[in-house]
Design a binder for this molecule. Sequence first.
Ligand code: DHB
Ligand code: MG
Length: 214
Amino acid sequence: MRDVISKKDQYLNDLYYFEDKHLQAISNRLKNDNKWGINIGYHEISLLQFFIQQFKVKNILEVGTLYGFSTYAMAQALPEGGVVTSLEKNKENHQAATELLSATPVETKIQLIHQDAKDYLANCQKTFDLIFIDANKSGYAGYLTKSLELLTKEGLIVGDNTFLFGHVYGEGINRTSDAAINSMQSFNKSLLANKDYQVITIPTTEGMTIIKKR
Ligand code: DHB
Ligand code: MG
């Protein structure tokens, strides 16, 4: 989500707006700390919840917790017994998420881990039905390689910000690096010709790319 968005994106965001008191507490903290807009928007919440329920997802790995806005929304969509494991490298973000999410009714479905995703992914022994990538933009190509190894047979990978603030199509202003552009181009393109996977980019404000095994 961004502060300045098109009328079309504003329409979608308003159309899918949903906040209960717990999500509102997370939003308020993001706004107070000047981090509002780094989180996903309401339309993207609905997309994630749609995938979780239509594909009967039970185990989710989230790469990048921030304050737990998407973590909370994904946990809400999970069935009884489902779990979101969410990774956050930044200590302040991890602490804020821990505090905010422990006050919610879905806390039993959430496991927060304060660790660099690179290290977690390299040592992980579990598999996941959904891996949601929304972290360090120069890490996307690496996260994808590891995520493919941790995916269940029916699993899907969802990447946020796959337009990289416009940089992948030459319209970006600041806020990135060549490393991030190369990494995101690789994330977007590397599986397109691979017959084992189906890939689609949904043109949300920030670009959301879905990768699923055939
Ligand atoms: C930024 C990061 C995000 O994941 C996002 O969705 C929007 C903005 C950022 O770092 O500015
Ligand atoms: Mg994002």
